[in-house]
Write a protein that binds this ligand. Structure first.
Ligand SMILES: NC(=O)C1=CN([C@@H]2O[C@H](COP(=O)(O)OP(=O)(O)OC[C@H]3O[C@@H](n4cnc5c(N)ncnc54)[C@H](OP(=O)(O)O)[C@@H]3O)[C@@H](O)[C@H]2O)C=CC1
Ligand SMILES: Nc1nc(=O)c2c([nH]1)NC[C@@H]1CN(c3ccc(C(=O)N[C@@H](CCC(=O)O)C(=O)O)cc3)C=[N+]21
Length: 301
């Protein structure tokens, strides 16, 4: 912490960025309401995972703060597949609901793929329906998953044109790694997706101008895996014990990585807040598409 100027310069403030996105969403919502349209987001939570309940509560609060309607459906852990599918059917048919999010992971006895694919693709604000996955992969207009969308917004803001940059994504999940790769490829990065079987992960990471960590392992990526000047996006949300208290850390060792990175997102206060802001942006986009209105500029991928 010797040079305060440098310290400030290379931090990407996801919290502030997200507040700006929410403000722009709210301005669009105000305009829609003049035409008597209020975007609505339905969030479905099955079971009682404390972390998920926090996210769902935060989503509800922020949804109402931007002027949208929030519909929360909390179902018991022993909910049947049929009951969940029936709820999705009702939400699909409800004209007041423009976005549907089913909080993951679902309890083991439920078939998550079947549930996600039952959501009306136009209301699929998570972008997890196979139709949206296929549209994104083929470069067509899709609903883009919120976490990668938030990462892309921050990267474009920081770096401008991304074309020709080496992007390394650590993690190949359907919800983060793969859609992140699709978006960066669309922006003409040279994309590498690394995972648990990757050989010489350190060497692969050191090639990255853009390094996205989406692994779920606390502080797995040390500063000496980061190319000097690289932009580091830390998606990881890991709860660790620290002196008898729990706190959140990312997949990147923040202190050592920050010392070499050109820019880096913190945890908390980085990708997480942007994910929720992009969920609201996607709900707005879904509402505009449903109403046949022009899409909000700068809030889609
Ligand atoms: N900020 C936000 O808004 C969000 C944060 N998250 C967080 O991001 C993290 C990742 O989430 P998610 O994508 O769902 O996770 P998954 O568990 O679905 O995927 C983790 C990926 O990391 C890879 N991996 C695991 N161990 C290693 C290793 N030692 N070396 C290299 N790769 C490894 C796995 O490889 P393999 O496929 O070979 O097993 C897998 O592809 C979590 O911490 C999660 O909490 C998730 C969603 C949103
Ligand atoms: N269908 C579905 N869509 C999701 O997008 C989805 C999901 N299921 N399941 C769980 C993951 C995780 N996720 C986060 C969202 C916000 C924060 C967030 O706001 N984090 C704050 C801190 C919050 C805290 O203090 O706990 C931050 O990083 O600053 C984190 C994680 C969305 N997910």
């Amino acid at each position: 912490m010797s040079d305060a100027t440098t310290d400030q310069d290379n931090l990407i403030d996801g919290k502030a960025f997200a507040a700006d996105v929410r403000q722009r969403v709210a301005a669009h919502v105000t305009r829609l309401k003049q035409d008597r349209i209020t975007p609505g987001l339905a969030v479905v939570l099955v079971g009682e995972d404390p972390a998920s309940e926090v996210y769902v509560r935060n989503k509800g609060i922020q949804t109402r703060e931007v002027g949208m309607n929030s519909y929360e459906h909390k179902l018991p852990a022993d909910t049947t597949q049929d009951a969940l599918m029936a709820l999705i059917g009702r939400l699909n048919a409800d004209a007041d609901v423009h976005g549907i999010l089913v909080q993951l992971p679902l309890p083991d006895h439920l078939d998550a793929e079947a549930v996600l694919n039952a959501i009306d693709p136009g209301k699929d604000v998570d972008g997890f329906h196979i139709l949206n996955v296929g549209l994104l992969a083929t470069g067509q207009k899709a609903m883009v998953p919120c976490t990668p969308l938030g990462c892309l917004m921050m990267l474009r803001d920081r770096l401008g044109d991304l074309s020709g940059l080496n992007a390394v994504i650590v993690g190949r999940s359907n919800i983060v790694g793969k859609p992140m790769a699709q978006l960066l490829l669309r922006d003409s990065c040279t994309v590498t997706i690394a995972h648990s079987r990757t050989r010489d992960l350190a060497g692969v990471c050191r090639q990255a101008d853009i390094l996205v960590a989406a692994v779920g392992r606390p502080r797995m990526i040390p500063g000496d895996w980061v190319k000097p000047g690289a932009t580091v996006i830390d998606v990881g949300i890991n709860r660790i014990e620290d002196g008898g208290r729990t706190r959140l850390v990312g997949d990147v060792d923040f202190a050592s990585a920050r010392a070499v990175a050109g820019a880096i997102t913190p945890v908390p206060g980085g990708v997480g807040p942007m994910t929720i802001a992009c969920l609201l942006a996607n709900t707005l986009t879904a509402c505009c598409r449903a109403a046949g209105l022009p899409e909000p500029e700068g809030l889609t991928a």
